[in-house]
Write a protein that binds this ligand. Structure first.
Ligand SMILES: [Zn+2]
Ligand SMILES: [Zn+2]
Length: 249
């Protein structure tokens, strides 16, 4: 399995120039459609057939409307967008509503619709081209799922935007051995109250989450740093890494 983090910033700019959250799995699957999706060329976008969304927040869906419009002329339609019912409802009502962007799901390119929306629920597992992609619920300010991806003997886990706590620990422990765990760290510890209110992580919460796990992952990728606090967060995470193999993206 080839994992490319096209973007994982908690905003725009900052040290992570890739943009906001978008993770590419092989050439035809992405998790989230943040501005990182813009790293792909038009030909590469035409290869993407499956989009798995974690939640409705803008930094995770910002590039979805234009990405889907770019699919006209692709030979591999339709694109399937998987998300929880809450996320799909918000997309349909607030983005693909004919005002902000066309209702692409009802439009066709030749005989094929350009897009299919498909509900996914926590606990559900989709098998695609040798990959097992399983959704699991996490605690964020809107209904959110993380994804566990198993392929070729490797296990990649992305809990998306989430706060630390019993739910996250239980979900991660249930997933067993993890090769790569990609966890967010949006705010510094001084802003713990903001992190708790918006259901995000801080370095201390990250550390306590790792300590609460029955098995340590092989490596930890830290993502979703808010650009305003990025310098301070990188310093803290370098001085006191939450895991022996910590990579701050
Ligand atoms: Zn969010
Ligand atoms: Zn986010």
């Amino acid at each position: 399995m080839n994992i490319q983090v096209l973007g994982c910033s908690g905003g725009l700019s900052g040290d992570n120039k890739g943009g906001s959250t978008c993770i590419q799995l092989n050439h035809n699957i992405v998790i989230d459609a943040g501005t990182g999706l813009n790293q792909l060329s038009l030909a590469q976008m035409h290869q993407v057939r499956h989009v798995f969304l974690t939640h409705s927040h803008m930094d995770h869906i910002a590039a979805l409307p234009t990405f889907l419009s770019n699919q006209y002329g692709s030979e591999h339609l339709p694109v399937t967008v998987y998300a929880q019912p809450h996320t799909l409802e918000k997309l349909k009502n607030n983005i693909f509503n004919g005002d902000i962007w066309p209702e692409l799901s009802s439009m066709t390119e030749g005989p094929e619709p350009i897009l299919t929306f498909k509900e996914i629920h926590p606990g559900e597992c989709i098998e695609l081209e040798g990959m097992e992609i399983k959704a699991f619920a996490v605690e964020h300010s809107v209904p959110t799922v993380g994804y566990s991806v198993k392929s070729e003997g490797k296990h990649f886990v992305f809990p998306a935007d989430t706060i630390a706590g019993k739910q996250l620990t239980e979900q991660l422990n249930r997933l067993g051995h993890i090769d790569t765990l990609m966890l967010e760290c949006a705010f510094p510890d001084e802003l713990l109250q903001v992190a708790e209110k918006t259901k995000h992580m801080t370095p201390s919460l990250l550390e306590s989450t790792l300590k609460s796990l029955e098995q340590q992952p092989v490596e930890l990728w830290v993502t979703h740093l808010k650009p305003s606090y990025e310098i301070a967060l990188r310093k803290t995470l370098a001085t006191n890494p939450p895991h022996k193999n910590t990579v701050v993206l």
